[in-house]
Design a protein around this ligand. Structure first.
Ligand SMILES: [Zn+2]
Ligand SMILES: [Zn+2]
Length: 107
């Protein structure tokens, strides 16, 4: 009947349907779950097209990552500071070990 050949439908095949609305034609592909969705079901987030489910999931994951960094960050800094201190004292010890041989007070 009424066929629009002007409709671009870039990447998704013509038979693709929205995962949540089978009666609707897919307009976008979620980059996260690789499912096709209609225009209403997807959101563009930081230049990426995501479905509403993956948006929620991504937000949860981001929150978890932030929680992870909140303790991993200081722990990493602490261990790298410890490593730095260890290297510092190692070379300090080397330097101190070499000094008395060349520099003998009261000889
Ligand atoms: Zn998705
Ligand atoms: Zn939909």
């Amino acid at each position: 009947m009424m066929e629009k050949s002007l409709d671009p439908a870039p990447k998704s095949p013509a038979s693709a349907r929205c995962f949540l609305h089978p009666e609707r034609e897919a307009a976008a592909l979620c980059l996260s779950c690789s499912r096709t969705f209609c225009r209403e079901c997807v959101t563009e987030h930081e230049g990426r097209v995501l479905c509403s489910r993956c948006m929620v999931k991504g937000r949860e994951k981001a929150g978890a990552r932030r929680r992870f960094l909140s303790w991993a960050g200081p722990a990493f800094l602490g261990s790298s500071g410890l490593l730095f201190a260890w290297i510092f004292f190692y070379y300090l010890g080397l330097a101190l070990a070499r000094i008395p041989a060349a520099w003998h007070p009261g000889g």
